[in-house]
Design a protein around this ligand. Structure first.
Ligand SMILES: [Mn+2]
Length: 270
């Protein structure tokens, strides 16, 4: 398993569950100095960071890019895969395709979290789920041709009414006409929705493609009440080989949150 830390690079977004903020180079240098293997980027668009500078920086520091987030497509551009307006759904697909291409250029998968949207008012759940499945199928195939997987993230009930639990995510993935989508196990969302984090991780098994490492209160692991020993054992038992990425609030400060995260990573997975 590989340690990873988030960097938020969207100037208009000033609070959220990301450890480092705004300065890619300084953040990457701090991450490398602490011993993180990877960085996960949250950017406004696919061209917000130049490939040349990102590639040179990660090579110099020996860092990989663990994943790229797509949530700014909703927050800034108002796009989701389940909007009732077909033009907006198509815009969401295009936006995510651009992010997939950006991520693939540095070997990283894109994450679909808030871009999945919600069952819109006045629309049947079945119809919204069909839009989601169509979007994920198109994007999963697109990611495959770019040599990366696509990561789909179940969110807690306050953020989506589509898919909240890993079991339902597994069923959704099995229903798709693509085999290139994996699940994101976000320990914060799971703390709200799952009966047992470790049992859910074991059932999802090899379909888990990324992990968001945050405690019950979305602070860095060690600052909440998640029973992390059992969760870590489940990830070890399924032979998870991917990133354990800190998508958590930068509390009490970004530097201290990063330090707490790498310390917890080494404690449970080192
Ligand atoms: Mn997450």
């Amino acid at each position: 398993m590989k340690s990873c830390v988030t960097i938020a690079l969207v100037p208009s977004i000033t609070s959220g569950p990301w450890i480092y903020w705004n300065d890619l180079e300084a953040s990457a240098r701090k991450a490398a100095a602490l011993g993180f293997a990877g960085i996960e980027l949250f950017t406004a668009s696919a061209d917000a960071v130049s490939f040349d500078s990102l590639s040179a920086l990660t090579q110099e520091l020996g860092l990989s890019v663990g994943a790229v987030g797509t949530g700014a497509g909703k927050v800034i551009h108002g796009l989701t895969l389940t909007d009732p307006d077909p033009a907006i759904r198509a815009g969401a697909v295009t936006y995510i395709q651009d992010m997939i291409s950006f991520g693939a250029s540095v070997g990283a998968p894109a994450i679909i979290g808030s871009m999945q949207g919600n069952v819109p008012n006045g629309i049947d759940r079945e119809r919204a789920m069909d839009w989601l499945a169509k979007g994920l199928t198109t994007l999963g195939d697109f990611a495959e041709t770019n040599g990366v997987t696509l990561i789909y993230e179940p969110l807690n009930r306050y953020e989506t009414n589509l898919i909240n639990r890993l079991d339902d995510g597994v069923a959704l993935l099995h229903s798709l006409n693509t085999r290139n989508v994996r699940l994101l196990a976000d320990l914060f969302h799971m703390n709200i929705e799952e009966a047992s984090l470790s049992d859910s991780i074991r059932r999802a098994g090899s379909l888990i493609g990324h992990v968001h490492f945050a405690d019950s209160n979305r602070g860095p692991i060690g600052m909440g009440h998640t029973a992390m020993t059992a969760v870590a054992q489940a990830l070890i038992d399924i032979d998870y080989q991917g990133y354990i990425s800190a998508e958590a609030f930068p509390l009490p400060t970004p530097d201290e949150a990063a330090q707490q995260t790498i310390q917890s990573f080494n404690q449970y997975f080192g």
